[in-house]
Design a protein around this ligand. Structure first.
Ligand SMILES: *Cc1c(COP(=O)(O)O)cnc(C)c1O
Length: 455
């Protein structure tokens, strides 16, 4: 029996004490020099972190050879699995050509090829693509582009944005301003610029705000169908479609943040595909390289792009660009990744797994004591726990219990998030739900309560 109840997972232990020592030694070395985001470092070691050394398909392997099913897709970025042979080959192939060359004023062959492939698929008319490395940077670019789109056309009062309750768009100051706070980010409130805010999913409220403030609005920014970081808050396709129509009527740009929902997560390649909506500006990130390398993109319609055209060195130029924008290694992987969506018929797999997941959650999780609601769209799931007191830290404890059973989970407060890798097998989906159900029963106790709401 290993410390921390780590005995259930297969592994090649030579000596049990040596294994536990190796693990603690790595955690200590880690805590001494690495600062982990969204993590209280004084408590880091106590929260039983895993230290990953390798991976195999949908499993992560830690420094002691223990395996964990990756049920959060490495925080929502992994799509086809770890060490996908085709993606590995694309990366190796590009390394033998060039790793990176600047996109500022110059081009790169594989970036052109990726942009062409994306342009054929994105829900944007006449797409032009500005690359960056993180989702937050893609959102930041969208904010600046929307702003300058209006100033390019002369004096304007369109300097504000409308966003939604529960919104999350990243951690830079601009994207943080769009976001609705929480996660301990209130400390930065003095740095946030003011944003108009409507309740997520409430079309009448958004329409009323647009009616009143359109002349001062540069753009409306929305996460279509699912607000991941809000604990998987969901809205209807009709809300997104209605919002797009209202934006068009008031001539306000529609920015869609598909950093979380893009690349198959919701069942279609992009969430907007289910809404029948074309964005003026679309933000992509996370799954764009299948979880391999940092790459993000701000995709802009021809109409918005055209407002930036003018004489060389004129003020109509977009004076913005990142050093690693359009990294060639990341582009080569992203290009192959997009091809694999068709070759492997990934979306058919997502539909099958999403159906199985829904049935299993309704049967095994929704009726459990302590479960207030289960929300799902495609392979994005939030299981909302209702602890009788906030200090119980149910979300964290349920996740820890899952990790002890060899399934890697990370909660958002008291919402247990499931983001299975898109190529998961039926057996893996069943294992995730079974483990989560057992962990909730262990932590939240009690007999199965009244069936939790399911949608
Ligand atoms: C994760 C996320 C971001 C930020 O992306 P980073 O790559 O973490 O900067 C922005 N928007 C949404 C909807 C996200 O889920």
């Amino acid at each position: 029996m290993l410390s921390g109840g780590r005995s259930e997972r297969p592994g090649p232990p030579t000596s049990v004490t040596q294994m536990a020592d190796d693990h603690s030694a790595w955690v200590a070395r880690d805590a001494a020099v690495v600062w982990h985001g969204f993590t209280q470092m004084a408590a880091y070691a106590e929260n039983a972190p895993i230290v990953v050394e390798a991976a195999d398909g949908r499993e992560l392997i830690d420094v002691e050879g223990r395996r964990y099913l990756d049920a959060i897709s490495s925080l929502w970025v992994t799509t086809l699995g770890h060490r996908v042979p085709e993606l590995d080959a694309a990366l190796r192939g590009q390394i033998d050509r060039v790793a990176h060359s600047t996109m500022l004023g110059n081009g790169n062959r594989v970036v052109v090829e990726l942009a062409e492939a994306l342009a054929a698929r994105v829900p944007v008319d006449g797409p032009h693509i500005l690359f960056a490395s993180d989702g937050a940077a893609a959102v930041e670019q969208a904010l600046k582009i929307a702003f300058q789109h209006w100033t390019n056309q002369g004096p304007t009062k369109r300097t504000h944005y409308l966003a939604f309750t529960g919104a999350y768009h990243g951690d830079t100051i601009g994207s943080l301003s769009l976001g609705d706070g929480g996660f301990g980010t209130d400390v930065f409130d003095p740095l946030r610029f003011p944003v108009r805010r409507a309740p997520y999913g409430d079309l009448a409220a958004a329409e009323a705000l647009l009616e009143e403030h359109a002349p001062t609005l540069a753009a409306v920014v929305v996460e279509p169908l699912v607000q991941g970081a809000a604990g998987m808050a969901m809205c209807d396709p009709a809300f997104v479609a209605g919002l797009a129509g209202t934006c068009r009527r008031h001539d306000v740009l529609l920015v869609c943040d598909e950093v979380a929902t893009g690349f198959g997560r919701t069942g279609t390649l992009f969430a907007l595909d289910q809404c029948g909506v074309r964005a003026d500006i679309l933000c992509l990130g996370k799954g764009i390289t299948g979880g391999y390398l940092p790459l993000s993109a701000t995709v802009v319609s021809d109409r918005v792009f055209s407002s930036f055209l003018g004489p060389d060195l004129s003020e109509r130029t977009l004076y913005h660009g990142h050093s690693y924008s359009g990294n060639a290694l990341a582009a080569a992987v992203a290009l192959r990744h997009l091809e694999l969506f068709d070759e492997l018929d990934v979306l058919a797999g997502v539909a099958a797994r999403a159906g199985e997941l829904e049935a299993l959650l309704a049967e095994l999780v929704a009726p459990l004591h302590g479960v207030a609601a289960v929300r799902q769209r495609g392979l994005m799931v939030g299981i909302e726990l209702a602890p009788p007191a906030e200090t119980l830290r149910w979300g964290r404890r349920v996740s820890a219990a899952c990790v002890e059973r060899g399934v890697l989970i990370r909660p958002l407060g008291d919402v247990v998030v499931l983001m299975p890798i898109l190529t998961s097998t039926a057996a893996e989906i069943e294992r995730i739900v079974t483990v989560v159900a057992a962990s909730i029963a262990e932590v939240c106790g009690g007999a199965p309560g009244p069936a939790g709401a399911f949608r």
